[in-house]
Design a protein around this ligand. Structure first.
Ligand code: UDP
Length: 374
């Protein structure tokens, strides 16, 4: 840890684990004793944060836990009172922080209230695409106007997310793209060419497109799949099991639940499919697949097109296109030499664009600028 790092208070609303949380975890590790974390719900993410040794406090709130991680935060009399309460407690915690980092729209609202009591530079990391596929129009207006009024800087994970912010009325001079950074995993031995298994990694929730993968599997014989991820939406997960039986692919699919050893599991499959049906703000699993040097197939929407160059470092297909996905899976398994080359180029590209060192350097630069603008 560098002694020059500012003291930073991280705010986050969710207790579950997804991309935004894993990104925050790596920042908390980097800032070490200079960091403190306030969470607005308890859960497995708190346990992960505790393992870093950094001070973590949970201020429970019904408002922040209603619904899943994404989506539009809703307001009524009760939730407004809750946000004020959280804002008050956050202002107290801001006493010994040089800068506040809000890690979600809900955290941004709370930080904005806290700032009325105690002013500190506020950085908001926007992990989401502010588009109708993910948020209501009124929610987007509220989020963007709050950021315009209260944030000193907005950082985001892709050009696509930055453009959506500006299209929604966000101030262009406020927002900067700061790609996620990843640890580079060692390469364990490759699975044999005979491994005709695809892996789908991510929360099981409708817009991640697991149903499209099942339909594609039904068109490609002898290929099996593993679904790795938390069943965030249990109804959708049950619907997937029913669909698998209907398509008669139930014996070729395994649900593994949430796993911490994603890098290792990625190395064990012949190809990795990312099938999101709505534009993905970034798509961490796509970069992780490239770093694992596996051929990757991803849907071309949102930030994913910034990560993969079609036919060079992976294959891109249009969202919801079952035929295109089935064709891409066939291409990966029927052309092993081409697949191997794409996987090698993918790893090189991911190491170049998405290293942790680059990310931490850029974050420190942003914080220096924000603190010197005061
Ligand atoms: N992930 C995990 N265990 C699982 C499934 C996913 O640790 O069982 C991780 C995955 O490695 C990735 C993150 O969860 O780092 C998901 O990030 P992504 O940007 O792909 O999707 P998000 O959840 O943010 O929509």
């Amino acid at each position: 840890m560098s002694a020059k790092l500012p003291r930073i208070l991280f705010l986050h609303h969710a207790g579950i684990v997804g991309g935004a949380e894993l990104h925050l975890l790596s920042l908390v590790r980097h800032f070490g004793s200079r960091a403190r974390v306030l969470l607005f719900s308890d859960g497995p993410f708190r346990e992960m944060l505790d393992s870093t040794g950094v001070s973590v406090r949970v201020l429970r709130s019904k408002w922040t836990t209603s619904g899943v991680r994404g989506g539009t935060p809703r307001f009524n009399v009760v939730s407004v009172a809750d946000v004020l309460r959280l804002g008050w407690a956050t202002a107290e915690a801001m006493c010994d922080a040089d800068v506040v980092w809000a890690n979600s729209p809900r955290a941004l609202f709370v930080a904005s209230v806290a700032q009325l009591i105690r002013r500190r530079p506020l950085v908001w990391y926007l992990h989401d695409l502010l588009e109708p596929s993910h948020f209501s129009a009124s929610g987007i207006r509220l989020i963007v106007s709050t950021a315009n009024a209260r944030a000193n800087r907005v950082l985001t994970n892709s050009r696509a997310a930055a453009d959506a912010f500006v299209r929604a009325g966000g101030r262009a001079e406020l927002i900067h793209v700061l790609y996620y950074g990843f640890e580079v995993p060692p390469l364990s031995p490759e699975p044999s060419n005979a491994t005709r298994t695809t892996g789908v990694f991510g929360r099981i929730t409708p817009w991640k497109g697991h149903d499209v993968v099942l339909r594609a599997l039904a068109r490609v014989p002898n290929v099996t799949a593993i679904f790795v991820g938390d069943e965030e939406d249990p109804d959708y997960a049950n619907e997937l099991r029913r669909l698998a039986r209907e398509l008669n692919v139930q014996d070729r699919i395994r649900f593994l639940g949430f796993r911490e050893n994603v890098a290792e599991l990625m190395r064990s499959v012949g190809c990795i499919v990312h099938a999101s049906t709505a534009p993905e703000p970034f798509g961490r699993v796509v970069v992780e697949a490239m770093l694992a040097q596996r051929p990757v197939i991803a849907t071309n929407a949102g930030g994913v097109g910034e990560i993969v160059e079609h036919g060079v470092s992976g294959l891109l297909v249009s969202p919801r296109n079952v035929d295109a996905l089935a064709g891409a899976i066939r291409r990966i398994f029927e052309h092993p030499a081409e697949s191997r080359l794409m996987a090698e180029r993918g790893r090189e590209r991911a190491m170049e664009m998405f290293s942790e060192e680059r990310m931490f350097r850029q974050i420190e630069q942003h914080l220096t600028e924000v603190l010197s603008d005061r």
